[in-house]
Design a protein around this ligand. Structure first.
Ligand code: ACO
Length: 425
C-alpha cells in the first residue's frame, strides 16, 4: 500500500502520497497540492524540491556516495574510458565491444566542424571568455546541422555530433585565441588523446602524447560526467522542457556552468590559491570567508548536497599527487591547497557548517599540470559534463510525466494601482 502524509489545515485534512526511490529516499508527491488545497510550496534554491524521478545518477551527500547507473564513480575512474562512461550514462548500460566500436566510429566521423564556423571565432574579441564562446558555438550548431525528419535519427545524430564536436570546438577556441593554426582531429587517436593533441600540437613542436596525462584527463572527465539535478543540468532540463532543440538546451547548461558558484569554481580556486601563494594571506582569506559581511567564500569548499568529503575530490586529490610526482612537477599551489584544506578542516566554522573540499578544489592543479590555461578550466568541465546533460535531457524527453517547467511564485508587490500619466508623476 502507498504510504501517505497527512496535511492538516484549518478543519480539513489532505492525504499526500509518498514516493520512495530505489535507494530508499523519500519524497512527498505534491503534484495535486494546488488543485486540492489552493496552496503552493515555497522553496528558494529548490533545496527541498525534487524536480523529477531519474534512474541515471545516485548520490548520497551524507555518506559521500556517487554512482552512475548504479556503478560507483570510483570503479569507473579506475577501469572505464570516458567514452564507455558517456555511453553508460546516455544508453543506460555499458557498451559491449561491438557497440563501443560503432560508437567510436560515429564519434570519429562527426569530429570535424563546419569550416564556416571558424569565421565566428575570428570575430570574437580576443579577450572573450571561452565559456561564452563555447555556449554560443554549441547553440550555433543547429544552424549548421539542420533538423532531420526522422526523430530517432535526429536525436542520435545530434547526440553524436555534440559529443564529438565539443572537443573540436573547445580546442579551436584555444588555438584561435592564441593566434595559432587550428589542429584537426585525428582518426587514430582516442577521445582524450585526440583533444589533447588538438589543444597542444603545433607545426613547429609536435605534441608528445603522455599516457599519464591522458589518464588524468580521462579521470577528470569521468568524475565530472554527471551529478544529477545540479544547477546546469536543471538548466538543460528546464530549457529543454520548452522542447527547444538539444543544442540550445546544452548551450544553456554551459552558460549556467560558467558561474563561480558552480563549474566556474575551478577557475576561482586557482585564482584564490595563486593569490594566497603570492600575498601569503591564507589566514586573511579564511577569516574573510567566515565573515558574513564579506561576500567572499572559500572557493572549492562546500556543496549543496555533500555534507561530507566529496567522493570526487578524494579521487582528484590522489590523482593530483600521483600526476605531479610522475611528471616531476612541483606546483607551489598544491602545497597551498593542502595547507588550506588542513586549516579549514580544523576550523570550527567549517566543521560546524559541514564544509569540505568539493571536486573543484584539486581539479585546477591537475589541469594546470596538463597544461590547460586557467580560463579553459570550466570548458574542460563542460566537456566532461556533456554526457550527463544529454542523458538527463533524453530521460526528460522520454518521461510520460514530463511537463513544461514553470514554477509559481508568491507575489509580494503592490496591489492594483492606477496608471499615472507622465505629466502628473
Ligand atoms: N566558504 C565559506 N562559507 C561557506 C561556504 C564557503 N565555501 N559555502 C557555504 N558557506 C556557508 C554559508 O555562508 C552559509 O553560512 P550561514 O548558514 O552561517 O549563513 C552556509 O555555509 C550554507 O551556505 P549556502 O550558500 O546556503 O549553501 P548552499 O548549499 O547553497 O551552497 C555552494 C553550496 C554554493 C557550493 C557553497 O558551498 C559555495 O559557495 N561554495 C564555494 C563555491 C564552490 O566551490 N562552488 C563549487 C561547488 S561544486 C560544483 O558546482 C561543481
Amino acid at each position: 500500500m502507498t504510504e501517505t502524509i497527512r496535511l492538516v489545515y484549518a478543519d480539513k485534512e489532505y492525504e499526500l502520497p509518498v514516493i520512495v526511490g530505489s535507494e530508499g529516499e523519500k519524497a512527498i508527491d505534491i503534484s495535486q497540492l494546488r488543485a486540492a488545497t489552493g496552496f503552493i510550496t515555497l522553496d528558494p534554491g529548490y533545496a527541498n524540491t525534487g524536480s523529477c524521478t531519474s534512474n541515471i545518477t545516485f548520490m548520497d551527500g551524507e555518506k559521500g556516495i556517487l554512482r552512475y547507473r548504479g556503478i560507483p564513480v570510483e570503479e569507473l575512474a579506475e577501469h572505464a574510458t570516458f567514452k564507455e562512461t558517456a555511453y553508460l550514462l546516455i544508453n543506460g548500460k555499458l557498451p559491449n565491444r561491438q557497440e563501443l566500436t560503432r560508437f567510436s566510429v560515429l564519434l570519429n566521423d562527426n569530429s570535424l566542424v563546419h569550416e564556416d564556423m571558424r569565421a565566428f571565432y575570428e570575430n570574437f574579441p580576443r579577450s572573450s571568455h571561452p565559456m561564452g564562446i563555447l555556449s554560443a558555438m554549441v547553440n550555433a550548431l543547429r544552424s549548421f546541422y539542420p533538423e532531420l525528419h526522422n526523430l530517432e535519427e535526429e536525436i542520435n545524430m545530434t547526440v553524436t555530433r555534440l559529443l564529438s564536436k565539443i572537443r573540436t570546438l573547445a580546442a579551436m577556441s584555444y588555438k584561435i585565441s592564441r593566434g595559432h593554426k587550428v589542429v584537426y582531429p585525428r582518426p587514430d587517436l582516442a577521445y582524450c588523446a585526440n583533444f589533447l593533441n588538438m589543444m597542444f600540437d603545433s607545426p613547429v613542436k609536435p605534441y608528445l602524447i603522455d599516457p599519464d596525462v591522458v589518464k588524468a584527463l580521462r579521470v577528470f572527465w569521468i568524475l565530472h560526467a554527471d551529478h544529477e539535478q545540479n544547477c546546469s543540468t536543471s538548466a538543460v532540463r528546464l530549457v529543454g522542457s520548452a522542447r527547444v532543440n538539444l543544442y540550445a538546451a546544452i548551450s544553456a547548461g554551459i552558460a549556467a556552468l560558467w558561474g563561480p558558484l558552480h563549474g566556474g569554481a575551478n577557475q576561482a580556486v586557482i585564482e584564490m590559491l595563486s593569490d594566497i601563494a603570492k600575498n601569503k594571506n591564507m589566514s586573511k582569506v579564511i577569516k574573510l570567508a567566515k565573515d558574513k559581511k564579506d561576500p567572499s567564500r572559500l572557493m572549492g569548499f562546500g556543496h549543496r548536497v555533500y555534507k561530507t568529503y566529496d567522493p570526487r575530490a578524494k579521487i582528484m586529490k590522489k590523482m593530483c599527487d600521483r600526476l605531479l610526482t610522475k611528471l616531476k612537477i612541483s606546483d607551489p599551489l598544491l602545497d597551498v591547497a593542502k595547507e588550506l584544506e588542513e586549516k579549514a578542516l580544523k576550523d570550527d566554522y567549517f566543521v560546524e557548517h559541514n564544509l569540505y573540499p568539493n571536486v573543484d578544489f584539486y581539479s585546477g592543479i591537475v589541469l594546470r599540470a596538463i597544461g590547460i590555461p586557467v580560463n579553459m578550466f570550466t570548458v574542460l568541465f563542460a566537456i566532461g559534463r556533456l554526457p550527463g546533460w544529454i542523458a538527463q535531457w533524453k530521460e526528460s524527453m522520454d518521461d510520460p510525466m514530463w511537463k513544461l517547467s514553470r514554477p509559481r511564485q508568491i507575489y509580494t508587490g503592490p496591489l492594483q494601482t492606477k496608471f499615472v500619466p507622465i505629466d502628473e508623476r
